[in-house]
Design a protein around this ligand. Sequence first.
Ligand code: HEC
Length: 284
Amino acid sequence: MYMIDANRFMNWVLGLTLAAGALVFLLTLVFAMIGGPKLARVRSYLYMFSGLFGAFAVAVAVLGFRGQKSGDRPWHVFLDMKYQPKYTSQGQSRFFADGRSNRLPPANTVPFDGTDYAADAGRHEGPNPDFLKADARYFTGIANPDQKDKDGVPAKPVWKDGKLAGEGYYVNHVPPEAVTAAGGWEPLLKRGQQQFGVHCAVCHGTSGRGGGGEVAYGIVGAKGLSVAPSNLTGPDVQAQPDGQLFHSITNGVRNMPAYAHQVKVQDRWAIVAYVRVLQYAAGR
Ligand code: HEC
């Protein structure tokens, strides 16, 4: 389809009009030079047209051709509320010493409510203390984030007389918040048993003994996973602090996938507690 560029078309019209104006102006000069009373009428018309075309030329000179760009500030005939005494974001402030108009919230500010940023448009019931996930022990199972050696291997907990005596990298025991949130140890373990049955038993078996092939306790393990699900009741998992188990569920471990997106934090602690029950039962 043939398209007419409106700017180019109008600029041609403008150009032709200006050319016509220039011609009229020349004619006016010629007629003015010839002089004589006979041509007075023609001259008066020419003067009028010269004036009109001249005004047009001045308008074009000031306003420019169509599509012309300008680096100047636009003309604001009516200012409306375009200019206000206010600070714009990223703007400059002469009031604050650092010159920024954007201010950081005061140190240690905690948002009053909100679930998470993505779902923030929802209805807010009230303050949500977990919003920042500031409680690292509960939300990550990590007690001392800096206790890793130069190869990134987390520090082991301290054992004394067959008991965990000091914390290494991971939290030694299920945090009390998890027990409180569940309403006590019994509901926590019940929940753990139920969640273990949903998420872990397929591979590790309801007994937690794992294995593969002929000796598999879990359904999936029996189907011949190339890597056998670990025996959760064995001495090496028994020796791990609770935080490490939590961490394994959250982030996965070696060939085992992460379950953070399926099992919520509170339920992960419940499962950890229940794994201890399985270990206790296996020890009999
Ligand atoms: C898809 C099968 C599968 C599921 C489901 C599964 N695991 Fe595993 N798990 C594995 C496999 C396989 C390994 C061994 C990985 C390896 O050694 O590479 C493993 C290893 C582990 C270990 C051993 C960690 C260590 O340091 O030795 C723990 C603890 C564990 N799983 C806990 C769980 C818990 C708790 C759940 C339930 C939330 C769960 N697993 C669900 C397959 C699974």
